[in-house]
Design a protein around this ligand. Structure first.
Ligand code: TPP
Ligand code: MG
Length: 178
C-alpha cells in the first residue's frame, strides 16, 4: 500500500516511452496520493485506475477471520458508544480529490465507459485518472488460505474469544519440518 503511485512515477521516469498504468485501491490511495502532484510537477504521464469498494477489503476479510468483526474497515462514522456502527457513511469524493490536484478524472460505470476513458487516457499526454465504484467490501472469509495472525489472549467480545480458541487449536496442530 502507498506504493502504487510513486512506483508508477518511477517506472515512467525510467522509461518515458511506456504507458504506465497504476491500479490502486481506495484505501491505498487515501494512504498515499501526494505523488500525484510530483507527477504533475515533473510532467510525467501516468494513468491511475482507482477502484473504490468502500474500504479496506482485504483487511476486512482478515478482521472477520480473527473475530474482530471488520472493525473500522469500511468508511462509516464510529458509533457513539465507541463501537462500530454501519449506519452513517463517510462521504469521500475521490474524483474531487484528484481534480483538486488538477488531474483529469473519468468516472466510469460500465465496461463501455471504461474502454472510452482508457482511450482518452492513452491519447492524452498528461496524468489521467479513471475512477470506478465496484462491489462493496463484503467478503468475510480468508479465501481458504491459512494465514497465521495472532489473536488477543484476553478479549471481551464473543467472536474474538472464539477466534483465539481456534487460533490455539490450529497452532497445536503445527509441526516443525526441519
Ligand atoms: C503500508 C501498508 N500498511 C498496511 C498494509 C496492510 N493492508 C493490506 S491490504 C490493506 C487494505 C487495502 O485496501 P484497498 O487499497 O482499498 O484495497 P482493497 O483490499 O479494498 O481491494 C491493508 C491495510 C499494507 N499492505 N501496507
Ligand atoms: Mg478498498
Amino acid at each position: 500500500m502507498g506504493y502504487e503511485i510513486p512506483a508508477a512515477l518511477g517506472m515512467r521516469m525510467a522509461d518515458p516511452s511506456r504507458e504506465i498504468f497504476s491500479f490502486i485501491g481506495d484505501a491505498s490511495f487515501i494512504m498515499y496520493h501526494q505523488d500525484v502532484l510530483t507527477a504533475i510537477q515533473e510532467r510525467e504521464k501516468i494513468i491511475l485506475l482507482l477502484l473504490d469498494n468502500g474500504g479496506y477489503g482485504s483487511i476486512h476479510s482478515l478482521s472477520m477471520q480473527v473475530g474482530s468483526q471488520g472493525f473500522e474497515t469500511k468508511y462509516y462514522y464510529r458509533g457513539d458508544n465507541g463501537r462500530q456502527n454501519l449506519k452513517e457513511p463517510l462521504q469521500v469524493d475521490f474524483p474531487k480529490i484528484l481534480e483538486g490536484y488538477g488531474v483529469k478524472t473519468y468516472t466510469v460505470e460500465d465496461a463501455d465507459q471504461l474502454r472510452q476513458a482508457l482511450r482518452k487516457a492513452l491519447a492524452s499526454d498528461q496524468i489521467t485518472a479513471i475512477y470506478a465504484k465496484v462491489a462493496p467490501v463484503e467478503r468475510d472469509d480468508a479465501a481458504d488460505a491459512y494465514w497465521e495472525v495472532a489473536t488477543p489472549e484476553v478479549a471481551h467480545i464473543e467472536s474474538s474469544i472464539k477466534a483465539h480458541q481456534e487460533y490455539e487449536r490450529i497452532r497445536d496442530l503445527q509441526r516443525n519440518y526441519l
